[in-house]
Design a protein around this ligand. Structure first.
Ligand code: HEM
Ligand SMILES: *[C@@H]1O[C@H](CO)[C@@H](O)[C@H](O)[C@H]1NC(C)=O
Ligand SMILES: *[C@@H]1O[C@H](CO)[C@@H](O)[C@H](O)[C@H]1NC(C)=O
Ligand SMILES: *[C@@H]1O[C@H](CO)[C@@H](O)[C@H](O)[C@H]1NC(C)=O
Ligand SMILES: *[C@H]1O[C@H](CO)[C@@H](O)[C@H](O)[C@H]1NC(C)=O
Length: 345
């Protein structure tokens, strides 16, 4: 990599801010929750709610058929749930007069799909009251969303319980968008995920879109940097600038609501074309571009980009999703089974 690329535009002001946020943030334990006891179990609802998976799949399929871009929203919800305070459905809780919840920490509330999750939960409550946790619903819907987008499918271990708290401050546990590949590796390691999980799960960006403020600073000179991000293909940057005005104005400008596809031309199909874009320096987010800066992640990107390893990627994705889906889970008598996903009982 060109040394200039790492000294310019890579460590911008937001990186410093995020580092501070990370320090202020309490980090919860990665891996399975200490002392939780029970492991997740594919057959967890076989007796108590045998139709659970079919209900989730049917509702998800109907919604995604109508709005294919909801698949991306569901996959991202599960990711945010698991990285922040474990897979405990804390991402679904509403703020209260005395507490700002995770969902309100996101700039512009770009997390979506809450209504659909609520609809699925209502159907499950009618079929089997107070039985299926919201955290399990998120894990199942993420799996179904990927499969419905022509991606892989896998068995989901179940038995998560729902947490009772959600704090905007905990969002510092999410991997930083600015910094470098090592900060991403560290953020994943803090959750018990390795470098392979990082490059494989980043493949989730084969689905969905990002809002202009998430990448605008790569397109323009900014604090401490006299050029656009040299890690971004210049011709592609030209195209992105048409729909995304200057980083400085991103906050109060109509383009802050405009979006670009993370995997242009294939954003509702789960495939390896995301890696082809990253390999050609057309990854939309800085975190996508950083994957070329580390020996292992770079090699994986180039291999997946060849188009000859789609089966490997699908397999790897299923394995890494199962790992992510067990971060900090509550089981046994921990937490509760919420009857409505947006409020504690
Ligand atoms: C490696 C660290 C990651 C970073 C820094 C990151 C950051 C982002 C950002 C900034 C957006 C765009 C938000 C917006 O502007 O609306 C986004 C979108 C998305 N992310 Fe990630 N992400 C990461 C990893 C993941 C993982 C592990 C998954 C799932 C397994 C995931 C799934 C998604 C999906 C599906 C979207 C599109 C959402 C939509 O269209 O509504 N991301 N991500
Ligand atoms: C529960 O159902 C799943 C899926 O139908 C099946 O794979 C599993 O073996 C069953 N487990 C038990 C304990 O019955
Ligand atoms: C799911 O959809 C299938 C096909 O439309 C239908 O036969 C089945 O009864 C549905 N299951 C549930 C639990 O709604
Ligand atoms: C932003 O875009 C979304 C979806 O395209 C739309 O529902 C929303 O009203 C827009 N918000 C503003 C402030 O333009
Ligand atoms: C989000 O959008 C709103 C209006 O739609 C705007 O006022 C706000 O500054 C935007 N914030 C970010 C971080 O994009």
């Amino acid at each position: 990599m060109a040394a200039a690329a790492t000294t310019c535009c890579r460590r911008s002001a937001p990186a410093a801010l995020l580092a501070v946020a990370a320090l202020l943030c309490t980090t919860t334990t990665g891996g399975s929750a200490a002392g939780a006891g029970q492991p997740l179990d594919v057959g967890y609802y076989n007796k108590t709610c045998p139709a659970a998976e079919e209900i989730v799949r049917n509702e998800t399929a109907a919604a995604v058929r109508e709005s294919p871009d909801l698949a991306a929203a569901l996959l991202r919800l599960h990711y945010h749930d698991c990285f922040v305070q474990g897979c405990d459905a804390s991402v679904l809780l509403d703020s209260t007069p005395t507490n700002t919840a995770e969902k309100d920490a996101m700039p512009n509330g770009s997390l979506r799909g809450f209504d659909l999750v609520a609809r699925v939960k209502d159907r499950l409550e009618r079929a089997c009251p107070a039985t299926v946790s919201c955290a399990d619903i998120l894990a199942l819907m993420a799996r179904d969303a990927v499969a419905l987008s022509k991606g892989p499918s896998w068995s989901v271990g179940l038995g998560r319980r729902d947490g009772r708290t959600s704090s905007a401050g905990s969002c510092g546990e999410l991997p930083p968008l600015h910094g470098d590949v090592n900060l991403l590796v560290q953020a994943f390691a803090a959750k018990g995920l390795d470098v392979k999980d990082l490059v494989v799960l980043s493949g989730a960006h084969t689905l969905g879109k990002a809002h202009c403020p998430s990448y605008a600073d790569r397109l323009y000179p900014s604090a401490g940097c006299s050029t656009a991000d040299p890690a971004l293909d210049a011709r592609y940057a030209d195209r992105l600038r048409l729909r995304c005005a200057s980083a400085n104005n991103a906050d109060d400008d109509s383009s802050s609501n405009s979006t670009s596809e993370l995997d242009p031309g294939s954003c509702v199909t789960f495939d390896t074309s995301y890696y082809r874009h990253v390999a050609r320096r057309r990854g939309l987010l800085r975190s996508d571009a950083y994957l070329l800066d580390h020996r292992f992640t770079r090699a994986y990107v180039l291999q997946a980009a060849s188009g000859r390893y789609d089966g490997h990627f699908f397999h790897d994705f299923a394995v890494s999703m199962a790992k992510m889906a067990s971060i900090g889970v509550l089981t046994g008598d921990q937490g509760e089974i919420r009857t409505k996903c947006n409020v504690v009982n």
